[in-house]
Design a binder for this molecule. Structure first.
Ligand code: CA
Length: 512
């Protein structure tokens, strides 16, 4: 777009922070906005559907290759932030040209981040939000950036999201002339960990926070992941070939699907499922329909979780019955890449560290120390966030093979214990466990709901969600809806009507 911008207006801009949205030139002139420790590198009006993702961009999104043709006209602002001399944080804010709903959504990252979540920013924009995202201070999905760069580690750990939020609010104010009315953070996986850091360390940044499947404490999760890998390969006889995963999964469903009184291929409450893989032990020779005794040992290790061999302390909980189809993530041929990176670059600061050598006693103590100082978010007293009126929506798929869902249940219970019991926190935090959902989406269970609409409704009305309808689709067509229930409640069938229709279920305490 060709712009003409009188000098007088430019001077006025420097004096008055407000730029009026009706001024079609205002976006381009955000390039002149002065913000501390920040350089605006791009301020550009983007026509409807005209955005294309830069090479290497994206992340945080799921599904098919991103298409941005549905985006409305927006003002795209990119900035580089340097809160420390070693920082190099890239961020973007997308501001709707028309129809801004007055609110701000910051989107989270996945894995070791290293790119901006354009797909999720696009979704926020379509919903009428001003949206922001950050690469967290480095490029690419490896953690090698952190080697010898402690400040960059902190940028990844928590600072980039906070700085992006603060700068994003200032850019919104500058373009629209009004501050954002409400601000939300929306993340899953690493984004869930970022969400918990925001809640614990910057309780005034957001009015509502969505924390899905938090990779938190990241060092403990990655110890749990490597525990499975090490068990699988310390003796190759332990290794379960992925071709056996469906067989194990079917046996688990046969044992536990009906415990919730509905045979629907889903285990509503895996906490009540005490599947013993020993029932699958081969009577004679190894074969596709059974597990050897050594393989039974690995299956038990995966369900049981990482344990300190000396103290027997549970280092990290095991994965849940129902997760078998995804066991390749932690018990496959190779260790989980991000987990190895965590120990190489956060804990041992040794690029040549060999994952086979992880010991689950002293190394875990070291990982707590290094991790809690950088990337983990372990505080269970959330009073400052709640006192500020903040609402925290947590969710986690029960079949998640990447992040053990019981870890999120444990954290929720610890927050309740710290803060005087579940009834004291139910107006401020709710956890929705999702039967049959994999990591942040996918899987056999209802795995899709409008998270931002739920948190927005909660924040605006003050009424916490008592149930959320989620859906499952095949080839883009919804084939099941089901209520998600605030933990520890589970969905219970009313006894009549389709089991694929949420209307025929209620939320209730799990059957004894
Ligand atoms: Ca069931």
């Amino acid at each position: 777009m060709t712009t003409f911008f009188p000098i007088a207006a430019a001077v006025a801009l420097l004096i008055a922070p407000a730029i009026h949205a009706q001024d079609p030139m205002a976006c381009d002139n955000l390039a002149k906005l002065a913000l501390p420790n920040a350089t605006i590198t791009l301020a550009q009006s983007v026509a409807p559907g005209a955005f294309t993702q830069p090479a290497g961009g994206g992340g945080g999104g799921r599904g098919p290759a991103p298409s941005f043709t549905n985006l409305p006209a927006f003002c795209r602002v990119a900035a580089t932030l340097k809160p420390t001399s070693d920082s190099d944080i890239k961020m973007e804010v997308w501001l709707p040209r028309t129809g801004w709903n007055g609110k701000f959504e910051v989107v989270g990252n996945g894995g070791w981040a290293g790119n901006i979540g354009y797909v999720n920013m696009g979704r926020a924009l379509v919903d009428g939000y001003a949206a922001a995202g950050t690469d967290t201070g480095h490029t690419g999905g490896s953690a090698s950036f952190a080697y010898g760069h402690p400040e960059k580690m902190l940028d990844f750990g928590w600072r980039a999201v906070h700085e992006t939020t603060v700068k994003g609010k200032a850019i919104i104010q500058a373009l629209y002339g009004n501050p954002t009315k409400l601000s939300y953070f929306n993340g899953c996986s690493t984004g869930g960990r970022q969400a918990m850091n925001a809640v614990q360390n910057f309780p005034e940044d957001f009015n509502g926070v969505i924390a899905g499947a938090p990779v938190n404490p990241m060092t403990r999760l990655h110890a749990g992941s490597l525990y499975n890998t090490i068990y699988a390969h310390k003796d190759e006889a332990n290794y379960i070939p992925p071709s056996k995963y469906p067989m194990i999964h079917k046996a688990v469903l046969d044992a536990c699907d009906a415990l919730d009184s509905v045979k629907d291929g889903l285990i509503e409450n895996p906490l009540a499922c005490h599947f013993d893989p020993k029932v699958l032990e081969c009577k004679g020779e190894d074969g596709p329909a059974c597990l050897t005794a050594a393989q039974v040992g690995l299956a038990k290790a995966i369900y049981g979780g990482a344990v300190n061999p000396r103290t027997k302390e549970q280092i990290y909980p095991g994965w849940s019955p129902g997760s078998e189809l995804g066991w390749r993530v932690t018990a496959g041929p190779e260790p989980e890449g991000p987990a190895v990176d965590t120990y190489r670059y956060v804990v041992f600061q040794d690029p040549n560290w060999d994952w086979h050598t992880l010991n689950f006693d002293g190394d875990i103590a070291l990982s707590d120390k290094r991790g809690n100082a950088t990337i983990n978010a372990v505080e269970t007293d959330l009073s400052p966030f709640f006192a500020h009126g903040g609402k925290l929506l947590m969710f986690h798929g029960w079949s998640d093979p990447n992040v053990a869902p019981r870890n999120t249940v444990n954290y929720y219970n610890q927050v309740a214990d710290t803060m005087g019991g579940a009834s004291k926190i139910s107006g401020s935090v709710r956890l929705f466990m999702m039967p049959g959902m994999a990591h942040c989406g996918g899987g056999e269970g209802p795995n899709d709901f409008d998270k931002i609409a739920v948190i927005d409704q909660w924040v605006q009305t003050g009424k916490a969600p008592d149930s959320i309808v989620a859906s499952h689709a095949t080839d883009g067509k919804v084939d099941r809806t089901r209520p998600l229930c605030p933990f520890p409640q589970v969905a219970q069938y009313k006894g009549t009507g389709s089991i694929d229709d949420a209307a025929n279920f209620t939320c209730a305490a799990p059957p004894k």
